[in-house]
Design a protein around this ligand. Structure first.
Ligand code: MOS
Length: 706
């Protein structure tokens, strides 16, 4: 039974210290088992291997699947297509409802599955399946003239449009107006571990049970998505994810391959199946960040005080399932302006479903907004840091609530001091070092602090003053296992090595997704609640075997405040005067994120976010060929992610603070804010270096030679 417990602030000992990763040895010695590495010790005996057959047209119908050649392969044991697949009870989720009819909704859609004794045979078999199509005309290109659909809400459930005051009148009266459009490219999440699932069906007490090891950011979410579609009760599906090699959002929800594994395993008479998505298949199937077009209008007085902010967003969704990125959302709360308007419109295309990628919304939205702010700073001759401080709101402009608390100016000032901002020439194109133009830029960052509902944790007393702590959350490589051990240790008043933490299994108390930078806040609060309740009920000398399961009650006082993290990103850019080559020798982020639970793992998250923002600013771009509907750049050679040679001096620091109204740990979340604003800081630095304003990312060398 789960009780609700009001928490009190944690007395910290281990929290805040540099505890080594508790699973570090498993990882570096190769003993950590990922989704398709589980063997007999985990009950995976004699598995079959599944390979996906994907559509080669972007829209139409499958009119024939000829599997004769594939089935003649000596190691192929089966081919499943829409005529032979197990039926689903519910097909509302158009992304997951695969193999139920002949319709093709996008290029790369799963149209058949091949099962074989080895992965190689499955792959050969998939190449031997002949699929024929009735092809129909498709549309796969986002343009300003086709992004006209108004979604009911934007991710996760925010208003599509907002309109405060009279933006048009304020812009007509403004001394200075910046009116520009900015574009961001399609991006694909590329975690180190591609998506992968092991699945098998058993019968327990006369009921079907589906078990999975899935490379997922949230095991409970996989059950919630799959169980009703398979006509199962949630307790008939068990999902585990003991180790996951990253996700960046793409493993936040189950994609179609997870259902493919469940359906394939249904046909094997109980043999487990392994399905490993390839890197190339990920570009078709496992989510991506939509390209965005942002139309910004800023109105200000002669001193740069904003009177109007308008951010109109155009982006895309898929015909098969809607996803609307909340790109305009940061413009609603970032700066003070009495007149504000935001909107989101979508092109509904014959493409795979866009999805979450690190800081969906904030990343593309703050890129556009923060470049526009730089343009405003130049137009009114105000230093970009001073401009931002002048436009600090007293309360959250969207909700009117006070911030708890908003330390953007502290981040700007502290970062400026460390970066050496005061010696910056105010004019662009003022510094040349040999063949390189040199400049610096700044941008703000923000990310909402989120605590998800539906979390609980279990504390059990073991012998010898030790405790077992269980919660079904997933550590996708962030260090969650480590920081939750620290939180549990402090909450129980024991050293971290007295805590056995058990995670990533739907048989454990429920946990929300490792997403929205909400993991530590949500799961840590549940652990503190369970520990505090346990100690209240059983004291500090409990008998072995006593246990308590609890969830954290929300603090009613927290309703009165707006909770956001903030940051300031500083970049130096060098642009080669003849080739346009861009180098970023220095990147620094200064953040206000509440209390940092572990400086080592936190720094890794923030620096990783900065690197990913640099990568978005200069490199990452998925090219979709609108004639055929597929992504052409479907490997890491053609889709360049920042590598060691691109990443020079990158550092992150944070203010010493604790937000104990938000969580008993005082933490607010750090997974995503590092990417926010970073591309804008780099873009603004390239403008300061060269005097050339590029209004789309990635910024490539040719843009300085035009
Ligand atoms: Mo993150 S993109 O919210 O998993």
């Amino acid at each position: 039974m789960t009780v609700e417990q009001q928490t009190t602030p944690l007395r910290v000992h281990s929290v805040g210290s540099r505890l080594d990763r508790v699973d570090g040895i498993e990882k570096v010695t190769g003993r950590a088992t990922y989704a398709v590495e589980h063997g007999e010790s985990a009950g995976i005996v004699d598995p079959l291997h599944v390979w996906l057959v994907q559509s080669t047209v972007a829209r139409g119908r499958v009119v024939g699947v000829d599997s004769r050649a594939a089935l003649a392969h000596p190691d192929v044991v089966g081919v499943v297509d829409h005529t032979s697949s197990p039926r689903l009870a519910d097909t509302d989720n158009g992304e997951l409802a695969i193999l139920q009819d002949a319709e093709v909704h996008f290029r790369g859609q799963i149209v058949a599955l091949v099962l074989a004794e080895t992965p190689e045979a499955a792959r050969e078999g998939a190449a031997l399946v002949e699929v024929s199509y009735d092809e129909e005309p498709h549309e796969a290109e986002l343009r300003e003239d086709n992004a006209t659909h108004r979604p009911d809400s934007v991710n996760p459930d925010m208003d599509t449009d907002t309109d405060e005051g009279d933006v048009d009148a304020a812009l007509a009266d403004a001394a200075i107006v910046v009116e520009q459009s900015y574009r961001t490219a399609y991006e694909h999440n590329n975690p180190l571990e591609p998506h992968a699932t092991t699945a098998w069906w058993t019968e327990e007490d006369g009921r079907d049970v589906l078990s999975m090891f899935d490379s997922s950011q949230g095991v409970h979410g996989v059950v919630q998505a799959l169980a009703p579609m398979l006509a199962l009760d949630p307790d008939q599906v068990r999902v585990r994810a003991p180790y996951v090699g990253g996700g960046f959002g793409s493993k936040g929800e189950a994609h179609a391959h997870v259902m493919a594994a469940a359906l394939a395993a249904r046909t094997t008479g109980g043999r487990p199946v392994r399905l490993a998505v390839t890197r190339q298949q990920m570009f078709a199937l496992t989510g991506y960040r939509t390209a965005t077009i942002s139309h910004l209008r800023l109105g200000a007085d002669a001193d740069g005080r904003l009177t109007a902010i308008e951010h109109r967003v155009q982006e895309q969704t898929s015909r098969v399932r809607e996803f609307a990125e909340q790109t305009g959302s940061p413009a609603r709360m970032m700066y003070a302006a009495p007149h504000r308007r935001t909107s989101h419109r979508l092109a509904v295309l014959d493409v795979a479903v866009p999805s979450w990628m690190r800081a969906p919304g904030e990343m593309p939205g703050m890129y556009a907004h923060e470049v526009a702010m730089d343009e405003l700073a130049v137009s009114c001759g105000v230093d970009p840091i001073e401009l931002r401080i002048r436009n600090e709101p007293d309360t959250d402009p969207e909700t009117g609530k006070p911030f708890n608390d908003r330390r953007l100016p502290d981040c700007l000032r502290r970062g400026a001091e460390r970066f050496g901002w005061s010696s910056r020439p105010s004019e662009p194109r003022a510094t040349r070092d040999g063949e390189w133009w040199v400049g610096t830029g700044v941008a703000s960052a923000t990310y909402p602090a989120m605590r998800m509902p539906g979390n609980a944790a279990r504390v059990s007393a073991l012998d010898g003053g030790r405790y077992a702590v269980g919660i079904g959350c997933v550590d996708i490589g962030t260090g969650a296992r480590t920081v939750l051990t620290q939180i549990a240790a402090d909450a129980l008043g024991v050293p971290p090595d007295h805590v056995d933490l058990d995670i990533a299994d739907t048989r454990l108390p429920p946990a929300s997704v490792a997403g929205g930078s909400s993991g530590t806040s949500s799961w840590g609060s549940a652990i503190v609640a369970a520990a505090q309740r346990f100690r209240a009920d059983h004291g500090d000398r409990p008998d072995a075997g006593v246990e308590t399961t609890a969830s954290a009650a929300a603090d009613p006082a927290a309703e009165e405040y707006a909770f956001h993290s903030f940051g300031a990103v500083f970049a130096e850019a060098r642009v080669h005067r003849w080739t346009g080559e861009i180098r970023v020798p220095r990147l620094l982020g200064a953040y206000s994120v509440g209390r940092v639970v572990n400086p080592v793992t936190a720094r890794s998250q923030l620096v990783g976010g900065l690197v990913m923002g640099l990568s978005a600013g200069l490199f990452e771009e998925s090219w979709r060929d609108p004639r055929f509907g597929h992504v052409v750049t479907q490997d890491l050679a053609t889709y360049h992610v920042a590598s060691h040679a691109d990443v020079l001096d990158v550092d992150a620091e944070w203010l010493d603070e604790a937000d104990e109204l938000f969580t008993p740990m005082g933490s607010r979340g750090i997974g995503e804010i590092g990417i926010v604003g970073t591309a804008a800081a780099v873009a603004n630095a390239t403008h300061h270096a060269t005097g050339v304003r590029v209004r789309s990312i990635p910024i490539t060398a040719d843009r300085f030679l035009e």
